[in-house]
Design a protein around this ligand. Sequence first.
Ligand code: GNR
Ligand code: NI
Length: 179
Amino acid sequence: MIAYVRRMTLRSIITIPDPVLRELCAPVETVDDDVRALADDMLDTMYDAPGIGLAASQIGVLKRIFVLDVAKEDAPKEPMVFINPKIVWSSEDMSVYQEGCLSIPEYFEDVERPTEVTVQFMNREGAEQEIKADGLLATCIQHELDHLDGKLFIDYLSKLKRDRVVKKFTKQAKLAGIL
Ligand code: GNR
Ligand code: NI
């Protein structure tokens, strides 16, 4: 018997003000083993962080893929892979959630978004799927989809708040010799 072991692969997570986070990601042409390996690396990286979502641009890959797991901490894992996602319906109803982002560590602010969304995407097997989401899942899907369009949750805040957090991270990057 040959046991197949996949090693855990952690990629580093890019933080602001890296301009990569502002790039538009390109559609995935075919869901092949390379795409599946990327999705698996993203899940490993997300769980390790830890976070409940991760978009490919956050690890410097400009492809339209994100991963999520919004299962409760004590519940079994529920990894989800979204390839070429598209929101085909959003509710008029809005909800406010306190959001954070692995690319803006330790910064949290309230963001208002549609309460419910219907999203079409390809799953890890390359099959077309559609789900209707609400609650934290709906918020997360919208937060991740924004990443694929170069948008961050701080873009929904006042210019004052946004400028303040960008300035703080720019200063940190300069001190660390990254900028
Ligand atoms: O880990 C994350 N938590 C979170 C909380 C509220 C709303 C969105 C998120 S996504 C975030 C991980 C991340 O940065 N994904 O892009
Ligand atoms: Ni994020």
